[in-house]
Structures are given as structure tokens and as C-alpha cells.
Design a protein around this ligand. Structure first.
Ligand code: OGA
Ligand code: ZN
Length: 386
């Protein structure tokens, strides 16, 4: 490895393949790994920006090897000494957001035709007992936005148990868990037996829950109560491709989402303004918010934008309904359907007779954290047994 200092950066050039990576001096100084500058348990930075010497320069630097692997040694002009493992540096390369793109590519989009091939199925007991199955389930959820868990039994605390295998439930004003059944006292239209439009849950929350868990306890034996769903990211991609102007309208014109009513004696009035499609800073689709029942008639935008928005949403809805998975897909008692509430739109057919689902939510922050922890634990296990 060759080391040089150029343009306020330390450059490392591999002699084997000639590949070069550059690390700004200010970043290296701010990310010194010595116990004075970083916690030796979590790696968290102790050196705060207020105390950072922004223009430090190296008076000595070299790459050397020790029994922990190769490392870059730097002695700074204030006398401070830093060492950085080359492996540690290599996963922190400045590559203009490629990592971000890889995370997006991990999501495999699907259609009604490919649905049966992407829908992964797991057994409840395996998820409860085996960390590798838990990880595969969560990975499938992240990749396809949906997965089903079978043989969960009919105990009403299963959703909570499952959530606790991951982390903890996200409570909402419908409770820690909620019962989807006919309840004419509740204001939510999901608590009727009628057809339920394609939607995402709780669009009127700024931080809408990321994952929905629906445990089927009772399902009518006759026709009715089937689930309908569509990969909203596929819908958005198609829109972006075929109707870019309308896509732009749906990703920029804010809608007023509202939920006003009561549930179990609790009164609520939630309001959140957001476009249907949310993009991240890099223009990638980040999440969808959509529910006809919870779109307020108040629409505080310009007159012109009202016309533009209706023209765009007509296309969005047509693409969504044209591509939905329907009828063929009916949860059975003992199934828990798990899906990404930021990505899929879901609904259900109307029904007659009794039906009961127990629902609960998880946040993606907690799911992603669990995925990282499991990956690291399982790879440690593999490396210690091999
Ligand atoms: C809901 C919902 C689905 C169903 O309660 O928000 O989407 O199958 N329910 O009843
Ligand atoms: Zn729903």
C-alpha cells in the first residue's frame, strides 16, 4: 500500500491493483479511533466538532502491519497520534452514495404475476426458536415488502410475541395491538365488513409505522375477506416511467391526511400534510402514504394544483388496481401476514359473517437494527465454528 498526502487528503494506493482511495484530513482527525477521541465500547465519537482542530496536518504517516491487520498510522502537528485499520477505512470509502443505491437495489419489485414466486412462507415456531429463520423472514420483508408466517395458532398474543422477537411493537391510537372485526362503535371504516380500498395505514402520522403484522384468527369460510395488495414501489416506478409529469405532481403536492374519531373510549384528531409519494434526497422512492378514507376534503393547495393532482392520482389509482393481487389470496386462521406499510398498498374484500384479525405494528428502525445485530451474531458464529 502506498500512502501520500495531496489536496488535504491522505491517499492510499494498493500496489496489487492500483486502486486508490482518499480520506480527507479533517475527517480523519474528527474520526480518530484512540480511546480519548472515541468510545472503546461502542465506537461512538467523543471528540466533538467544537473541539476539533479543523486544519491539522500530518507530520508523519505510514501503513504498517500488526497482529490485528494492516493499519494507517498518523502523527498530527499537535502531537496527537491516530491509527485506523485498513479494513475499517475500506468500509468508509467516499464513493458518492453507492451504498445507498445498493440498499435500494435490495428491494425486488413484483407484480401480480410474480407475486406467488416472491411470497416467502415461514413457520411460527421456527421464527421463535431459530435466529437464522428470524433473519430470513426479516430479510424477505425488506426485499419483497411482504412475507407470511404459518402455523401461528389462534392465541391472541401472537403478534406481540412475534414483535418481541424483533424488538417491540409500535403503539398507535388504536392500541398496542388492535382488533380488525366488525365494531360499529369505532369510527375506523376498516372495522366494518364492507370492502376496504387499497391503502396504507396511518398516513396521517408523520412517522407512520413501517411494518404491519396481521394475525388471522377467524375468517369466513365462504367467499369474502380475501386480501388485496400491490407493490406500491412498482406502481411508482411505472408511473415515473410512463407519466413523469403526473409522478412529479404526486411526489410534490401535499395532501392533508386526517383521522378524527374515537376507539375504545380514546378520542383522537390526527393531521399530517404529505404528498402521496415521498422521495429521499437522491430522488429514490422512500415511502407511500395513501388512504381515501383518511384524505381530508380540506386540500390547502392552489386551484391549479387541485386539477394537476386529480389528473395524476387517476393514473396512480388505475395502475395500482390494474396490478393488484386479488381473490387468490386469502389468509387462513393461524396465518400472520407481515408487510411493509411504506411500500405496499393493501385492502380486503367485503365479507359476511364473523372475521377477526389481530394487528400490530413495528418500525423499520427496529427491524433494520435487528437485521444488523442478527447478521453480525450469525457471522460471528460461523467464523468461530469454522
Ligand atoms: C386495516 C386493514 C385488512 C383486512 O385494518 O387497516 O387493512 O384484511 N385490514 O381486514
Ligand atoms: Zn390497513
Amino acid at each position: 500500500m502506498e500512502v501520500s498526502v495531496e489536496n488535504s487528503e491522505i491517499r492510499l494506493r494498493s500496489i496489487a491493483d492500483g486502486l486508490c482511495s482518499a480520506y480527507p484530513l479533517v475527517w480523519l482527525k474528527n474520526n480518530c479511533q484512540c480511546p480519548e477521541c472515541a468510545s472503546n465500547t461502542s465506537g461512538a465519537r467523543k471528540l466533538v466538532i467544537r473541539d476539533l482542530k479543523f486544519h491539522s496536518t500530518p507530520v508523519d504517516y505510514r501503513v504498517s502491519s500488526n497482529n490485528e491487520g494492516d493499519e494507517l498510522y498518523v502523527k498530527w502537528d499537535d502531537g496527537h497520534e491516530s491509527t485506523y485499520g485498513l479494513q475499517w477505512l475500506s468500509v468508509r470509502k467516499f464513493n458518492g452514495g453507492q451504498q445507498h443505491h445498493l440498499e435500494h437495489q435490495r428491494r425486488v419489485k413484483w407484480t401480480a404475476e410474480t407475486f406467488s414466486s416472491i411470497l416467502r412462507s415461514f413457520k411460527y415456531d421456527d421464527i421463535i426458536k431459530r435466529d437464522d429463520t428470524l433473519l430470513t423472514w426479516l430479510d424477505s420483508l425488506a426485499t419483497y415488502g411482504i412475507a407470511i408466517i404459518k402455523d401461528c395458532g389462534l392465541a391472541e398474543n401472537r403478534v406481540k410475541e412475534l414483535a418481541e422477537r424483533v424488538g417491540f411493537l409500535k403503539r398507535t391510537h388504536y392500541g398496542e395491538t388492535f382488533r380488525v372485526e366488525v365494531n360499529t362503535d369505532a369510527t375506523n371504516l376498516a372495522y366494518r365488513s364492507s370492502y376496504l380500498q387499497l391503502h396504507t395505514d396511518l398516513p396521517y402520522y408523520e412517522f407512520a409505522p413501517g411494518v404491519i403484522l396481521l394475525h388471522c384468527i377467524v375468517q369466513p369460510e365462504n367467499a369474502g375477506g380475501e386480501s388485496e395488495t400491490v407493490d406500491g414501489f412498482y406502481v411508482c416506478e411505472l408511473m415515473k416511467d410512463k407519466y413523469p409529469t403526473q409522478y412529479k405532481a404526486l411526489s410534490t403536492i401535499p395532501v392533508m391526511w386526517t383521522d378524527r374519531g374515537h376507539d375504545n373510549g380514546y378520542n383522537f384528531h390526527c393531521v399530517h400534510h404529505s404528498p402521496i409519494i415521498r422521495e429521499d434526497q437522491q430522488g429514490m422512492i422512500k415511502r407511500i402514504k395513501f388512504s381515501e378514507h383518511q384524505r381530508d376534503s380540506k386540500f390547502p393547495v392552489t386551484l391549479n394544483n387541485v386539477h394537476i393532482w386529480y389528473n395524476a392520482v387517476e393514473k396512480f389509482v388505475k395502475i395500482a388496481y390494474d396490478n393488484q393481487v386479488m381473490s387468490s389470496f386469502k389468509m387462513k386462521p393461524g396465518d400472520i401476514l407481515t408487510f411493509d406499510n411504506h411500500r405496499l398498498l393493501h385492502g380486503r374484500k367485503g365479507y359476511e359473517g364473523s372475521r377477526l384479525l389481530i394487528g400490530g405494528y413495528l418500525d423499520w428502525d427496529i427491524v433494520n437494527s435487528r437485521i444488523r445485530v442478527l447478521k453480525s451474531q450469525l457471522s460471528d458464529q460461523i467464523s468461530t465454528t469454522s
